[in-house]
Design a binder for this molecule. Sequence first.
Ligand code: SF4
Ligand code: SF4
Length: 127
Amino acid sequence: MARPWDKLSDEEWEAICKRCGKCCLHSLQDIDTDEIYHTNVLCRYFDLENSLCTIYDKRCDVVPECLKLTKDNVDKLPFMPKSCAYRRLFDADYEDKPTPSLKNRVVSELNIAAEEIENYIVDWDDL
Ligand code: SF4
Ligand code: SF4
């Protein structure tokens, strides 16, 4: 069955993104409960000054866990932030909240030890 967003052009699809970078924060999933936990640990390739991925065209090659958001998978990714602009397409509870910058709220993955990532779990209202 066709979904409303199937009619969007590639340009319209890309334009939905607010470039907030929240999907570039690492998330953790409890293997027993499937619960998702967000962290304030940011992918090394997100440029906070300009709010963009510095390797956008090859992001999925360079970072295998970087999932490309598409019209087919957009409504099947439970770990996407609840304030992600793409959620307005399918999430009846979506609220278009302001998206404050991540500046001064995050740490780069380059600056933490991987085994300490649980110490960086956050429960932000705007995630
Ligand atoms: S590679 Fe780019 S799009 Fe993927 S998580 Fe990192 S900054 Fe975000
Ligand atoms: S969370 Fe959504 S709106 Fe924000 S950068 Fe990621 S895809 Fe774009």
